[in-house]
Write a protein that binds this ligand. Structure first.
Ligand code: GLU
Length: 300
């Protein structure tokens, strides 16, 4: 019997640099899987960081994807054109009472964490290695918030993790917060999510009215993404994404976190560490089929 709804996959590059082999792997996995299931494949441009996004990178990304032989639905969704949607989602979370404004600067947070460690505390870090927010502005009183805002101070909006977990617990009515991880052989396992390890994460940044975590959850939901395929570096972020899905009352996609390509130094391939760009490989005469072979993917 055909699946009632077509599967929907997405590749979600950020146009702040050029694509390298790691991106090719990610894009091809999603694309090939979508085709195998007779599903849809979308490209979403994750450009909430408007200062770091460049038109020339965007053009090269789309060129590279076409050169790889991938096809996707047009037009692509550009997150920078949808800030209102992320604001609405933040407003929904504010109404639930799980967001609070945080005016603290990085320096103030670092100083507070440093002081706690000097006083004998243990330094806790989130899965990305950033210190867990020490709660500086959690519970700031309304008058102070209003005064600071009136004085032109900008605030990030942070998730009150304890409150958020409380609401999620009630909504899940005794069921644990989990996600479904599909392996390359289609086997599925249920993973327990532990969003608390992110602490009071920023959901609306000071410099842009969105955040990666919020926009990815909102867009995966409104684009009807059924399968989120992305690198294993985002595995831990899924815990937080699942919590946000419960709070925003949106469906749960399936997840597949694929292997990461590593350079000779053993580190994840990255633009910052000089991974060869697809553009350069192409100029050297490498073909899309060579790339498929090199990545161990089925030929087209
Ligand atoms: N935009 C993210 C990146 O370039 C990918 C986000 C995702 O797939 O969830 O790393």
């Amino acid at each position: 019997m055909p699946h009632p709804k077509p599967a929907v996959f997405r590749f979600a590059p950020s146009p702040n640099g050029e694509l390298h082999l790691g991106h090719a792997l990610s894009a091809m996995i999603g694309h090939d899987w979508a085709k195998r299931l007779g599903g849809r494949f979308l490209v979403r441009i994750e450009d909430i960081d408007v200062d770091r996004s460049r038109d020339e990178h965007l053009r090269s990304i789309l060129d590279d994807l076409a050169w790889l032989g991938l096809s996707w639905e047009k037009p692509e969704l550009h997150q920078s054109q949808h800030f209102g949607v992320y604001r609405d989602a933040a407003a929904k979370l504010t109404d639930l009472g799980v967001l609070y404004p945080c005016f603290a600067t990085r320096g103030q947070i670092a100083a507070s964490v440093g002081a706690a460690v000097a006083a004998g505390g243990r330094e806790e870090r989130d899965p990305d290695g950033a210190p867990i927010y020490p709660g500086l502005h959690r519970g700031l009183d309304k008058a102070e918030i209003t005064a600071r805002q009136a004085g032109g101070e900008r605030a990030a909006l942070r998730l009150d993790m304890v409150k958020a977990l409380g609401i999620a617990k009630a909504r899940l009515a005794g069921r644990p917060l989990t996600f479904r991880e599909i392996a390359s052989d289609d086997s599925e396992r249920i993973v327990c999510a532990d969003p608390a390890r992110w602490g009071d994460a920023v959901l609306m940044r000071k410099d842009t009215p969105a955040s990666y975590h919020l926009s990815v959850v909102v867009d995966d939901a409104r684009q009807g993404i059924t399968h989120v395929t992305r690198g294993a570096d985002l595995y831990a972020a899924t815990d937080l994404h699942r919590l946000l899905q419960v709070l925003l009352d949106v469906p749960e996609p399936l997840y597949h976190h694929h292997r990461l390509l590593r350079g000779a130094d053993g580190r994840k391939l990255a633009k910052s560490t000089g991974a060869p760009r697809l553009k350069d490989l192409r100029a050297q005469g490498v073909t899309a089929d060579d790339i498929r072979r090199q990545l161990g993917l089925r030929p087209r």
